[in-house]
Design a protein around this ligand. Structure first.
Ligand SMILES: [Zn+2]
Length: 297
């Protein structure tokens, strides 16, 4: 059953305008409407496939593995970027959190958590995809739950909770934020990376911007709306960091969606230009990493 949002997940108001109609370029070719809340500017897919229905939009080998064995340039760049990004992500975790218990929501096959464990963190994960989850458990020996709710018995104990490009996928947005806040230790940090639909590359590619990725991406954040969502759920934003590599990856995919093939020189230039415009035009980068802490009572 399709779900219809009648109350804004961020500000609770109920009047929305149509922002953009976007096709699922990746899989189904179906068209979805992204609406914008007139109260706070939050953008989300509405109507959207419900939790029971969304599974079929993930039924692609490529989505799960992001092309683990493919040899085309996008897949190779992606794999290289992943090694680089694991180290970069850990650098952020280490800088903003104490060592201790760590939870990665949407941990996939567990490579990032495996790396964090080597650095002294006590790691666990959440992953709804069964194949990814069993790989994380068997190959990387990481305890992984299917759902976040399984962790409700351990409140106030996590030094760090991360969601790398996962928050935009969850149906129960506020419930997820609330669970995370309860799980965090009083001085714990929540690190969330999301695409930024206010970025230069989002404007440049419009309906072909790969990070809209409808209907899998249910929400389309900006730094303003993520800030508002954080405040509603008792968090404060400590720091916003750029994910500069994403501008290149997203530009390559967007080129493919727009023109049927990738002009790599063009994609590299647009990625570079997006990162330049992030600061110069105060748009923020293609993807942003938010470091959040529980608001002091
Ligand atoms: Zn709103």
């Amino acid at each position: 059953m399709a779900e219809i949002i009648t109350s804004c997940p961020v500000c609770r108001k109920g009047i929305f305008t149509e922002f953009l109609r976007v096709k699922d370029h990746f899989l189904s070719r179906e068209e979805f409407i992204i609406q914008e809340c007139t109260g706070c500017g939050f953008r989300f897919v509405n109507p959207r496939p419900g939790p029971q229905e969304i599974g079929r939009y993930y039924q692609s080998e490529e989505y799960i593995s992001h092309g683990a064995k493919k040899q085309d340039l996008i897949s190779r760049v992606y794999r290289l970027a992943r090694i680089f990004s694991i180290r970069t992500k850990f650098g952020i975790v280490k800088k903003y959190s104490h060592s201790g218990k760590m939870l990665d929501i949407g941990c996939g096959t567990g490579e990032f958590l495996g790396y964090c464990r080597k650095q002294g963190y006590e790691v666990s994960g959440v992953e709804p995809n069964e194949r990814a989850r069993s790989f994380a458990e068997s190959a990387n020996k990481i305890p992984v739950a299917e759902q976040l709710m399984a962790y409700s018995a351990k409140p106030g104990s996590y030094a760090c909770i991360t969601m790398w490009h996962v928050l935009e996928h969850v149906h129960e947005l506020n419930m997820t934020m609330e669970s995370i806040r309860e799980l965090l230790a009083p001085d714990g940090v929540f690190i969330a990376a999301v695409p930024n639909c206010h970025s230069w590359d989002a404007s440049k590619y419009g309906t072909c911007w790969a990070a809209y990725d409808v209907p899998r991406h249910l929400y389309h954040f900006t730094s303003k709306t993520l800030n508002d969502l954080a405040a509603r759920n008792g968090f404060e934003v400590v720091k916003i960091l750029p994910q500069k590599m994403d501008a290149y990856y997203v530009s390559m995919l967007s080129e493919k969606y727009q023109n049927g093939k990738v002009n790599y020189m063009k994609a590299l230039f647009y990625g570079f230009w997006s990162n330049i415009s992030a600061k110069r035009e105060a748009r923020g980068n293609s993807s942003l990493i938010f470091v959040l802490k529980r608001k002091k009572a």
